[in-house]
Design a binder for this molecule. Structure first.
Ligand code: NAD
Length: 399
């Protein structure tokens, strides 16, 4: 049943929570009525900053609050699926941050719990809600590059803006420290890859018109040379064992289509002008280049651009989306502000119209599985079919 107003309780008041809270505040049909964090002082600070009436330190207690009809889960990844299951059992609608689950079994269990309770479950896959990425998809849907055949994703350094809120709180085990530990962040030794590959694979399917990734092949390499000393975000996420993953390639169910993700950070800013995440999509009759999270350095004819559309016969268009820049990264495209706003607008619109949201628990689980395939591939040194990955194989348990 559609809600006329959405009353949200948000749990986990770390790096990403303020992007969510601001997005609810911008929506006329949404209100954050409670926040919850183990850290009572933090809950009090966020509540007073945004005028939120109630605070909790116990999630189970927040779920008994009858005023709350919807829960937003922005806690460490290990808690996502268990918290989503508890919310569904309490009859609350759910927005859960990515990665949706640590195992396929718990992802499925969370989807089943939401279905059984007849509540809406959306996963916060913010990459496919960036304005630039959505515009790229709209141009593809409108036929500007013909059938998309190849996607190339490039990952360069994310540079943090001086004074960004990511740095205004000391790192503790519960706040950001957990990200180094793959028992809580996921990844079977590759926590950074697990945390981020879901974004890359969601984008890889979205910008290829929802084509499904079939097989993944990832390289493992010594990347100790890679990170520049001023890389703000990724330096803390070293893999737990020697070697990391600099390149992933994949094929789709359609044998004509393929993709690649490449990472190299060390020379950004000196010789390599492209920062952050950016994507090229090559189609039968054209090509799109577009900036994603923390992206910077895409130009056309000497001018900064956010998206460049090259058509085989009709020339080139260069587009910009001036949305006020990013709250955290030195980037003109708005990720932490606008992608989260777009995503939460989609969620609230789904709850108030009764329509399913664009990115569901099944989508979140599928991209966790694709991520597992990439990590298995790097460890095993072989291409891995996504539908042949299971929890035991990912955990390294011999079959
Ligand atoms: N989509 C995005 O752009 C994006 C960006 C950042 C983080 N994330 C995701 O959001 C999630 C949270 O990441 P973050 O960087 O905001 O985390 P964080 O480490 O900054 O903060 C986590 C917060 O959760 C609280 N917490 C931990 N256990 C809790 C519990 N049992 N009950 C209540 N509160 C608890 C901690 O005290 C801390 O304040 C992660 O899964 C991450 O992958 C997504």
């Amino acid at each position: 049943m559609a809600l006329s107003e959405v009353k949200v309780g948000l749990v986990g008041l770390g790096l990403v929570c303020e992007s969510h809270i601001k997005a609810y505040r911008a929506h006329p049909k949404a209100r954050v009525v409670a926040v919850c964090d183990l850290d009572q002082d933090r809950a009090g600070q966020i509540a007073s900053k945004y005028g939120i009436p109630k605070t909790y330190t116990d999630y189970a207690q927040m779920l008994t609050d009858p005023e709350i009809d919807t829960v937003d889960i922005t806690t460490p990844t290990v808690l996502h699926a268990p918290m989503a299951i508890a919310a569904a059992r309490a009859g609350k609608h759910i927005l859960c941050e990515k990665p949706f689950c640590l195992t396929l079994a718990e992802g499925q269990a969370a989807c089943d719990a939401a279905d059984a309770a007849d509540v809406t479950l959306m996963v916060g896959e913010s990459y496919i809600f960036m304005t630039s990425i959505m515009k790229a998809r709209a141009l593809i849907d409108a036929g500007h590059i013909g059938r998309p055949l190849q996607i190339r994703q490039r990952f360069g350094t994310w540079l943090e803006r001086p004074g960004a809120h990511a740095t205004d709180r000391a790192i503790t085990d519960d706040h950001r420290g957990w990200r180094l530990d793959s028992t809580r962040a996921g990844g079977a030794g590759y926590p950074w890859m697990f945390d981020h590959c879901v974004h890359f694979f969601a984008t890889a399917e979205y910008l290829m018109s929802d084509a499904r990734i079939r097989e993944v092949y990832a390289l493992k390499s010594d990347l100790s040379w890679m990170q520049p000393p001023d890389a703000a975000e990724t330096h803390m996420y070293r893999p737990e064992s020697a070697g990391d993953i600099p390149i992933i390639t994949w094929t789709y169910d359609d044998p004509a289509c393929q993709g690649v993700w490449m990472r190299a950070e060390a020379l950004n800013g000196k010789y390599d002008p492209m920062f952050g995440f950016s994507v090229s999509v090559i189609g039968e009759t054209g090509m799109i280049e577009v900036l994603g999270e923390g992206g910077r350095g895409l130009t056309w004819r000497g001018k900064d651009a956010h998206l460049v559309l090259h058509r085989k016969t009709d020339g080139t268009d260069s587009l910009r989306f001036d949305e006020g820049g990013d709250e955290i990264w030195q980037s003109e495209v708005s990720y932490y502000s606008r992608a989260h706003l777009n995503q939460i607008t989609e969620f609230i619109d789904a709850l108030t119209t009764g329509q399913p949201p664009r990115y569901t628990g099944a989508d979140g689980t599928r991209h966790v599985r694709t991520t597992m395939a990439a990590i298995c591939s790097a460890k095993e040194g072989l291409p891995v079919r996504v539908n042949e990955v299971n929890d035991a194989r990912f955990a390294g348990v011999p079959s």
